[in-house]
Design a binder for this molecule. Structure first.
Ligand code: TLP
Length: 346
């Protein structure tokens, strides 16, 4: 059988043998009664890593973001986010549907907006006929911008702005682990500036399912209630929580390898006239690029025919995401496939 190289997302990773054994042996209880020892252990370990009082396992990154936003807001509130934010582009309109809130998108650069760009969009409290600004949301790393890192100094300045206007801050840290490994800045240092943080276990960290949200005890108590209300109460959760715990204990440092693989692919794409790619967006494990002389759909189909799976990034772009289930050899082969596809066009 042909070896398929799957660079569509880091979500495609499958649990390793060791991870599966840990899942098999997990001690379990009923998590709706908060009696699952493995889930409890995962939550306290995640809270410790993120430097927050408490944490909660949730089934997905979307649920993590949406529960967080629900807890932080009231209907008619507004959440300021970057124009390409996942909560705006890929979460099915859930802020409106689930929480009755609206999003105020602000165009940033490589996923980063500055306090100067944000401040004019904060609504005056006297304007009772406007939505009420309530949250500033930051995505780090930023998916649609190409896995770009939000500089911590800018986050600190956004926090000062939020405090000035009595707003709260949410971090979509689905890939905060990648930002931390790339910069050497502790995840807790990033999380420090936020009232709520959502992080994913099932992307580069390789767990089959799950995310963790973290914040104050009060925030998590309320999040626990909302998770149940939305049908997310899980019973013997330890079976999957064990995978998440294994991921946090074993798979963070190895993300560097994924960044090196992305860099290897970028080193081929950047000097190649056949592609457009913003070299300064190459920072972690996501590459966004476009073939110059070939429609995206043709390019994706031809690559697929040769055993390389890629996905669509933001309109008109291709996305490649590196992860633990592709080797450096696979990246070499991916480069050959991409060259063959582009050369076939000449
Ligand atoms: N992103 C997925 C797709 O939805 C695009 C991917 O393949 O990258 N925040 C960010 C920044 C994300 O990239 C994602 C997933 C989520 C939240 C949602 O996580 P899940 O898929 O677990 O709900």
């Amino acid at each position: 059988m042909k070896n398929i190289i799957d660079l569509r997302s880091d979500t495609v990773t499958k649990p390793s043998e060791e991870m599966r054994k840990t899942m098999y042996n997990a001690e379990v209880g009923d998590d709706v009664y908060k009696e699952d020892p493995t889930a409890n252990k995962l939550e306290s370990y995640a809270a410790e890593l993120l430097g927050k009082e408490a944490a909660l396992f949730v089934p997905s990154g979307v649920m993590g973001n949406q529960i967080s936003l629900n807890v932080l807001t009231q209907p008619s509130d507004e959440v300021i986010c970057e124009a390409d934010a996942h909560i705006l582009q890929y979460e099915s309109g859930s802020p409106a549907a689930l929480s009755g809130i609206q999003l105020m998108p602000i165009k940033g650069e490589r996923g980063v907006f500055t306090p100067d760009q944000v401040e004019p969009f904060i609504r005056p409290t006297s304007a009772y006929y406007m939505a009420r600004s309530r949250v500033i949301e930051v995505e780090n790393t930023h998916n649609r911008a190409g896995g770009t890192i939000h500089p911590i100094l800018n986050i600190k300045n956004l926090r000062a702005l939020a405090d000035k206007h009595n707003l709260v801050m949410h971090l979509d840290g689905a890939r905060i682990w990648n930002a931390s490994v790339a910069t050497g800045i502790d995840v807790a240092n990033y999380a420090y500036y936020f009232d709520s943080v959502s992080t994913c276990l099932s992307k580069g960290l390789g767990a089959p399912v799950g995310s963790v949200i973290a914040g104050s005890k009060e925030f998590i108590t309320e999040a626990f209630r909302v998770r149940k209300a939305w049908g997310g109460g899980m019973r013997q959760l330890g079976i999957i929580a064990a995978a998440g715990l294994f991921a946090l204990e074993n798979n963070i440092d190895r993300l560097k390898e994924d960044h090196d693989k992305a860099k290897m692919l970028a080193d081929f794409l950047i000097p190649n006239d056949g592609f457009k790619i913003d070299s300064s967006s190459v920072q972690t494990n996501i590459l966004i690029f476009s073939p110059v002389n070939m429609p995206i759909d043709d390019f994706l189909l031809k690559c697929k025919g040769k055993g390389l799976l890629l996905s669509v990034g933001k309109v008109g772009t291709v996305r490649a995401v590196t992860h633990m289930d592709v080797s450096f050899e696979d990246i070499k082969r991916a480069i050959e496939i991409i060259s063959e596809v582009i050369d076939s066009q000449l």
